[in-house]
Design a protein around this ligand. Structure first.
Ligand SMILES: NC(=O)c1ccc[n+]([C@@H]2O[C@H](COP(=O)([O-])OP(=O)(O)OC[C@H]3O[C@@H](n4cnc5c(N)ncnc54)[C@H](O)[C@@H]3O)[C@@H](O)[C@H]2O)c1
Length: 251
């Protein structure tokens, strides 16, 4: 018989879990994984139609909200609407693949707003309740690009590196209040965000060749890690950004 802690570790019954970007590839995998733990799911995305269609596939207690993570008023409204949240998966994001010299300052601002300012603002709003209740977990979805350079991705990488650094300081600030802040830096996953890869077979294969395990990752692999990090098994993991990239950033 497995010990009690092992059996109960991944039971999130009675917990409310918010996944942003839940209509997307990783967001759907996160939502499915946490729904399977028994959690009450709160799903949010800018694409309300795709989110509603996805939510119909899930069983259990599911609420859906449309919001724009690039708009501070929309983030505040989401935080008000969702009420008490035990686990935040700060997952929504956008990619910009463009040479820096062709990138406008307005494009830079939008990427930073959606990928960095928005997740920080949402974490800050929800941490009010989490710190008051003395419990909560925030998982920020960063990227392997927080740890290495890549052509055409400077602004995206800057936002994701910012999120990893935010994770450390927020973890220090809220740790004594019972709120654990961690991050995951996924390697390349095949989702809507990376459909552009499918258009260039040579680039697709060259990308795989650079991954030590010889393949891209799956959203489900990241979702399993997220369940672990949100669970009591990871109670002493604080401020860490866990890189899950098949070894890509090792060189
Ligand atoms: N796919 C990868 O290779 C990869 C690698 C590392 C990190 N990530 C990160 O994982 C997260 C999920 O990405 P994905 O691969 O599932 O991409 P995706 O494009 O499939 O999903 C992203 C979701 O975020 C939503 N979204 C976009 N802008 C939004 C906004 N302003 N407000 C609210 N929602 C918004 C989209 O509608 C979409 O449903 C992102 O933060 C991304 O940066 C992805």
């Amino acid at each position: 018989m497995p010990p009690d802690w092992l059996q109960k570790n991944f039971d999130f019954t009675g917990r409310r879990v918010l996944v942003t970007g839940a209509a997307g590839g990783l967001g759907q995998a996160l939502a499915r994984a946490f729904a399977a733990t028994g959690a009450s799911m709160v799903l949010a995305d800018i694409d309300g139609d795709r989110l509603a269609a996805f939510a119909r596939e899930l069983d259990g207690d599911i609420a859906c909200h449309r919001f724009d993570q690039g708009d501070l008023a929309s983030i505040a409204a989401l935080a008000d609407a969702v009420g008490a949240i035990d686990v935040l998966l700060n997952n929504a994001g956008i990619i910009l693949v463009k040479p820096l010299l062709e990138t406008s300052p307005e494009e830079m601002r939008r990427v930073m707003d959606v990928n960095l300012v928005g997740p920080m603002a949402l974490a800050r709003h929800l941490a009010v309740g989490m710190t008051a209740r003395g419990r909560g977990v925030i998982i920020n979805i960063s990227s392997q690009l927080a740890f290495c350079g890549a052509e055409g991705r400077a602004v995206y990488a800057a936002a994701k590196a910012g999120l990893a650094q935010f994770t450390k300081s927020a973890a220090v600030e809220w740790g004594r209040s019972g709120v654990r802040v961690v991050a995951i830096a996924p390697g390349r996953l095949l989702t809507t965000m990376t459909t552009f890869l499918g258009k260039d077979e040579a680039a697709f294969e060259a990308g795989i060749a650079r991954v030590p395990v010889g393949r891209y990752g799956t959203p489900e692999e990241i979702a399993k890690l997220a369940v672990f990090l949100a669970s009591p098994a990871a109670d002493y993991v604080v401020g860490e950004t866990v890189i899950a990239d098949g070894g890509y950033v090792l060189g």
